[in-house]
Design a protein around this ligand. Sequence first.
Ligand code: ATP
Ligand code: MG
Length: 277
Amino acid sequence: MAKIFAIANQKGGVGKTTTTVNLAAALAALSRRVLLIDLDPQGNATMGSGIDKRSLPGSVYQLLLGLSPMPSVLRRSETGRYDVIPANRELAGAELDLVELERRETRLKGAIAPYLKDYDFVLIDCPPALSLLTLNGLTAAHGVIIPMQCEYYALEGLSDLVNTIKQVHRNLNHDLEIIGLLRVMFDPRSTLANQVSAQLESHFGDKVFKTLVPRNIRLAEAPSYGMPGVVFDKSSKGAQAYVAFAAEMVERFSGDVPATAAPLLAIEPEPMIEPAA
Ligand code: ATP
Ligand code: MG
């Protein structure tokens, strides 16, 4: 049965979409059957997978509103070799439309449930908000991957995200746990980045993924070619990091029960990272 992960952080531009697209393609390269769900009206994961968001016959919007079943909105990323439930601006209206409906937080979970046997991994790219769309992503998932930049304000906002995850865990989805923090756009020459990175490790232990994703221009260039970075330039440092991250995920989730996953509440975001003077 598929393992389902939401890639979430309500901060904008922290690398959620880059992580989702590249992890999807790297898992596919490891012969895993992958479904990527774009839950962001920006449609960046759709475009980055080589699918034109401006000419979609159907999208995650129809799926959430129960207007179309999953097979009729499903697309294939030919560049990444994974399936995609795409999104575009139409999804921006879903927030309002969903409020009117019953089971508004469990719509995505219900819509994908019959098709999970076809996949090993399902990755959900969440929008930069703790919105009803993100709630649908968290309710459908087994775990949350949180991309973070190693900067002074790295932890700001993390407590809001963790509180939302706790509420979803309590009220809607008892399976949900935080799988880990992924350090992205890492600059190894920056003293501050190294300090914050080390402090994340000491605070959060095995909730911090071993893989560090460096800042790498090839990852940023790839979407304009409609390709995941791991396909666009396999030899780049960014691509290699996402391949290592995919291997880390496969190792951790090859069995049914994640061997190293600590309980949900192990992350306590209170202590602020204080960079040394
Ligand atoms: P949003 O909150 O708007 O959805 P996001 O969290 O999905 O943003 P991305 O779109 O993945 O973030 O990344 C933001 C920008 O940073 C993009 O231009 C992307 O190409 C670039 N970027 C992401 N990761 C890296 C990296 N490791 N190296 C260099 N550039 C990166
Ligand atoms: Mg994004």
